[in-house]
Design a protein around this ligand. Sequence first.
Ligand code: SF4
Ligand code: SF4
Length: 302
Amino acid sequence: MPARIKAPRPRAQRWRLAIQIFFFVLVVLVATTTALKEQGVVLPLAGSASLHAICPFGGVVSFWQLATLGTLVKKVHESSVVLAVLGLLLALLFGPVICGWICPFGSFQEWLGRLGKRMFGKRHNAMVPRGLDRVLRFLRYAVLAWVSYMTVVTGKLFFQDYDPYFALFNFWTGEVAVAGFIVLGATVLLSLAVERPFCKYACPYGALLGIFNLFRVFGIKRKASTCISCHACSKACPMNIEVESLTAARDHQCITCLKCTSEAACPVPATVELATGPLDAPADKTARAPTPDGAASEGGQA
Ligand code: SF4
Ligand code: SF4
């Protein structure tokens, strides 16, 4: 039997993996440094590094208190506010790249998903009934509203007790609440069956960044006039977005992972790209691409 040769990872995906590993290792180092400091061991160059200081969401939930009282929520550092602003600017340009390229908890779920693919094969990421999945995806906006409101009312990092990211990188410190461990455990188990379940259904920061997909400058664009309706782009999307039926993926769940692009999944060059403006010339906007069986596919936005 001929040996199967694994296709090389596309360049953008190699960069993405390298960046994901970099930030994952960085957060592990920061968490370890903080724990050692609490034991009286101060490493050179470690300074005042802490997970709270590098968390942009801490800055986001501090915006209200900063604007009204001029102070930060307890435990939040100035650096978090700077990172929060940078994160929003990045999202304005490219959508939630923080989710797809940087967030160590997103990467953690993605890596668990690889194990899930081996366990469940084609059923992986296709088990939640479509109707239920569609409703659940709006849950994260309720979480965002709840966490923002409670942070304003309490003046402390309310989400910490429920945050699986905090639980993962602090599980040995005694600072993690039971609820944090429960959410972390549920996320680990669900990640084996569903791609990025916490990102899809519960992450308040992902919810905020996802809104930027509606008006981001550089978007995921599909050229309807060259598409052969092979479904490869939709199959590759971890967030289950039907790229094949869109001319611009404005779905609030896109994480800019670029897995659907012509460099990665789409077999037709320059047909799915990260770009500004439409890929089709104005005259082609209504173009219907021929399918292998002679039918036609329509362009649209979501
Ligand atoms: S639409 Fe493309 S870039 Fe967006 S999440 Fe899906 S695969 Fe990634
Ligand atoms: S955009 Fe590319 S991958 Fe998606 S259906 Fe068309 S040809 Fe296939």
